[in-house]
Ligand binder design. Structure first.
Ligand SMILES: Cc1cc2nc3c(=O)[nH]c(=O)nc-3n(C[C@H](O)[C@H](O)[C@H](O)COP(=O)(O)OP(=O)(O)OC[C@H]3O[C@@H](n4cnc5c(N)ncnc54)[C@H](O)[C@@H]3O)c2cc1C
Length: 398
């Protein structure tokens, strides 16, 4: 009898999202992640260890997407603890959910940035939840957290696992069955660039400011609710305007994302997690009644929360003391949030990747400075200011 072949894990680069399910499920630890020429990670099988069981291939959810969920309820929401929300990118919903789970003795899994600026998933309990707060706009490595989550679930612990929708679908496929003690949360996702490019950007940012970057946050609420961040370089805080800095600019334009993100099957109303979290962009048009006197302060960040399952909806009700939810609809939330309807589009992606292959991040930085640059596009920078601030500036001019 001939030996079964080593599985072929993906056919084209856009058919692998690097969720890590194949690596987590391999009983022989024969699967590892390897970077391609641009820094995107793809699974590779060590043939000498592989026993040809085929579990790595069978567990792939991305290639056989079948998400039966559709929205049960949609809300505009904020965490009642505004101090907690001030450290989050959006309304602080994730932090409130995490606190609730941890208070029950549960474990929370999410993406954390390490001091070397790599981003990995990790497990946290009550005292370490803060490291999971905030958006890190680069792909998080799930490492062996699917196995860790399974072990915690089987010990009877309550688990909240959060991540991109492809990571959640990968986790569910890895687990292979429902657990009543598991709650999942996915983020509305504009797609993920990779860690190598991000770290090279951090180096170039440090060089440009004559010091090492000590801290970086993609979204800093001190600037308001928007997509502007900050870095600490040589002890000084530097503002990072989304359209005034290379990496955030390329990311927002969809030029740096992983190939699979451009055909993301989850950028729609069929989402794998119990809850979907995102920004309620356009709240002032869709729900002006929730803002202003007696209502929410937009500058503090307002989230959209979609309950995709009854379990998600029920858990939100349990969190009523921590999360202020007001009714909305999926259509209203999607009106200002393209990635609830379709995958990210990347007009210049091919050109950008070629420039990177030829000259690394320095070449992309040069391209940004000469073609785009902060000084050339002050109007675009203005367009990225937090909405509430823009309205205040406008009112001040009158
Ligand atoms: C790459 C990326 C793209 C996004 N695109 C959009 C978008 O197009 N529209 C939109 O409305 N919202 C988007 N978001 C989500 C948004 O930025 C907020 O994270 C979300 O609204 C939750 O906000 P919060 O205040 O509740 O929690 P926060 O404290 O801000 O977020 C923390 C949560 O985000 C998760 N997270 C952070 N970084 C990553 C990562 N790299 N990979 C996986 N999970 C991560 C953490 O695990 C945790 O669950 C994106 C987030 C990321 C990371």
């Amino acid at each position: 009898m001939s030996e079964r072949p080593v599985p072929v894990l993906f056919s084209g680069k856009d058919t692998c999202c690097a969720c890590g399910a194949c690596l987590n499920i391999c009983p022989m630890d024969a699967v590892s992640m390897e970077e391609d020429d641009c820094g995107f990670r793809y699974p590779k099988i060590d043939e000498s260890r592989c026993v040809r069981c085929g579990r790595c291939k069978a567990v792939c959810a991305f290639q056989h997407t079948d998400v039966p969920n559709s929205p049960v309820a949609t809300f505009a929401a904020v965490a009642r603890d505004r101090e907690l929300a001030s450290r989050s990118a959006s309304g602080g919903i994730f932090a409130a959910l995490a606190k609730k789970i941890a208070a029950q003795g549960g474990v929370v899994f999410g993406a954390a940035m390490k001091p070397d600026f790599s981003v990995c998933h990790r497990a946290c309990e009550q005292d370490s939840l803060a490291v999971l707060q905030g958006s890190k706009y680069t792909q998080s490595d799930t490492v062996l957290t699917f196995r860790e989550a399974k072990a915690a679930l089987e010990q009877g612990k309550t688990v909240l696992y959060s991540g991109t929708p492809c990571q959640i679908d990968g986790l569910k496929s890895f687990l292979g069955r429902d657990y009543t003690n598991l709650l999942t949360a996915d983020i509305i996702c504009h797609g993920v660039p990779n860690g190598r490019m991000f770290r090279e950007y951090i180096d170039s940012l440090g060089k440009a400011h004559g010091g090492a970057v000590e801290h970086f946050t993609f979204r800093d609420k001190r600037i308001g609710w928007g997509e502007n961040g900050s870095a600490v370089i040589g002890g000084k805080r530097v503002k990072i305007w989304q359209s005034g800095a290379s990496y955030p600019y390329y990311f927002s334009h969809g030029d740096l994302q992983r190939e699979s993100c451009y055909r993301c099957p989850y950028a729609c109303s069929h989402r794998p997690a119990d809850l979907t979290l995102g920004d309620f962009w356009g709240i002032e048009k869709q729900h002006p009644e929730y803002l202003g006197r007696g209502g929410w302060d937009e500058s503090e960040g307002i989230s959209v929360v979609v309950a995709n399952t009854k379990k998600g909806e029920d858990f939100l009700a349990v969190c009523d003391d921590m999360i202020d939810c007001k009714p909305s609809t999926f259509e209203k939330a999607a009106a200002g949030n393209a990635q609830l309807c379709r995958p990210v589009a990347g007009g210049k992606r091919d050109e950008i990747m070629q420039t990177y292959r030829d000259g690394g991040w320095d070449a992309l930085e040069k391209r940004y400075e000469s073609n785009i640059g902060f000084h050339k596009h002050a109007s675009r920078v203005k367009s990225m200011l937090p909405k509430a601030l823009k309205r205040k500036l406008k009112a001040g001019k009158k």
